[in-house]
Write a protein that binds this ligand. Structure first.
Ligand SMILES: Cc1ncc(COP(=O)(O)O)c(C=O)c1O
Length: 383
């Protein structure tokens, strides 16, 4: 008979917390004419992304399991994005979503405390809570330009704290830290011997063109989640990764034996092309062009509608977090816009921040124009 330890018995008591953000998108994003709920940059088609030679080469791929932690080539291409890391510091995953999932499963145990800067994507927050891990929130505030407050962080740390996690660049605000602030956060974690996890899936989309460093470049005990879905505009490939210390990466690999075993051969082939330096630079330049154009559009719209809407415009990422001045709950507002105008936005409620809506700025310009015009029209006629 197989043996298992007592500590695995928590499964029976587990209550999975609904992932509000993903649930509302899954239900409605494909039912509307103008989907502005996405947080990434409008995706490529395979035909525009690959050369005819690459398409031919792809057709000859053997559709095997390959390396379950990612092909050596792809892991090397990922490792090269980070200072002093090699293929053993990397595991390739099905999207950054699986990377976050594996990270929680392989590092945290009931009894550990996890500090989470909020608002953020809330996958790690919800999954860790579902597993019975104590999650301590530290708020990022709009009146502090959504920047981490290290005094608040210091109050949240206890002897049981194992890790701090931050989404950087931030979902939903699109804020970024400057390098000096990142180093301060790293020094904070280092001085207490804590893991520091960065969900960096929006890195590379900085509108200024200056890419932020990775926490993995600054700290040996950093763990980084990233992938191709957002800044790199290839979400359907479902390629993400974790970068971290080798023993942690090995544990994540063991855990992946239970989730998906491996990613898929075709996606890994395309992913490796995307991560070659010149191609990556080309993709990021397309992303920044789209985002800069749309953020300028949003900026103009906010000026015109300043009595109803305000936002600190994003510095990176495919979304803006917009505060509205109307007497309506954010989920109700999103459903009304969906039903009456066929526009899909994300309600602030799913971030625990009613009074805000998240608006994608990576969609085609005509979608954003239509979305904004419906939104202001709806607001003016109803409030
Ligand atoms: C911060 C963040 N991390 C992870 C994910 C998951 O993305 P994917 O699995 O497509 O890489 C998302 C998706 O919106 C996100 O915003």
């Amino acid at each position: 008979m197989l043996k298992h330890s007592e500590t695995t018995n928590w499964w029976g008591k587990m209550e999975i917390i609904e992932f509000g953000l993903e649930r509302i998108q899954s239900l409605y994003e494909n039912t509307v004419e103008y989907n502005l709920s996405d947080s990434g940059v409008h995706p490529y088609s395979l035909r525009e992304f690959l050369t005819p030679d690459q398409i031919e080469e792809m057709l000859d791929l053997e559709i095997g399991y390959g390396w379950t932690n990612g092909t050596v080539e792809l892991r090397n291409s990922i490792a090269r994005l980070y200072k002093g890391r090699n293929q053993d510091n990397v595991i390739v995953t099905n999207g950054s979503a699986e990377a976050n999932f594996l990270m929680v499963m392989s590092l945290l145990n009931p009894g550990d405390e996890l500090i989470v800067f909020v608002p953020n994507y809330l996958q790690i927050w919800g999954w860790a809570k579902s597993l019975g891990i104590k999650v301590v929130e530290v708020e990022l505030r709009e009146d502090q330009s959504w920047q981490p407050d290290l005094d608040e962080l210091a109050k949240a740390v206890t002897l049981k704290t194992k890790m701090i996690t931050i989404c950087h660049p931030n979902n939903p605000s699109g804020s970024i830290m400057d390098e000096a602030s990142m180093i301060k956060l790293v020094e904070f974690a280092r001085s207490r011997d804590l893991y520091l996890h960065g969900d960096e899936v929006y890195k590379g989309s900085e509108l200024s063109g200056v890419e932020s460093p990775s926490f993995a470049d600054l700290y040996d005990k950093a763990i980084v989640t990233s992938g191709l879905s957002k800044a790199l505009a290839l979400p359907g490939l479902r390629i993400g990764w974790l970068v971290g210390p080798t023993d942690f990466i090995y544990k994540a690999w063991q855990c992946k034996d239970y989730t998906s075993i491996t990613t898929n051969t075709v996606s890994e082939y395309v992913a490796d092309i995307a991560l070659q330096p010149q191609k990556r630079a080309e993709i990021l330049s397309r992303s920044r062009r789209i985002l800069n154009e749309n953020v300028a559009l949003l900026g103009g719209w906010l000026e015109t509608n300043a009595n109803l809407f305000s936002s600190i415009l994003p510095k990176a990422g495919g979304m803006a977090f917009v505060r509205y001045n109307m007497d309506i709950n954010s989920t109700d507002l999103v459903h009304k816009l969906r039903e009456e105008r066929s526009i899909m936005l994300v309600p602030g409620d799913v971030y625990g921040k009613d009074g805000y809506i998240r608006l994608g700025v990576g969609a085609p310009k005509d979608h954003i124009e239509a979305g904004l015009s419906h939104l202001s029209d709806f607001a003016r006629s109803n409030f």
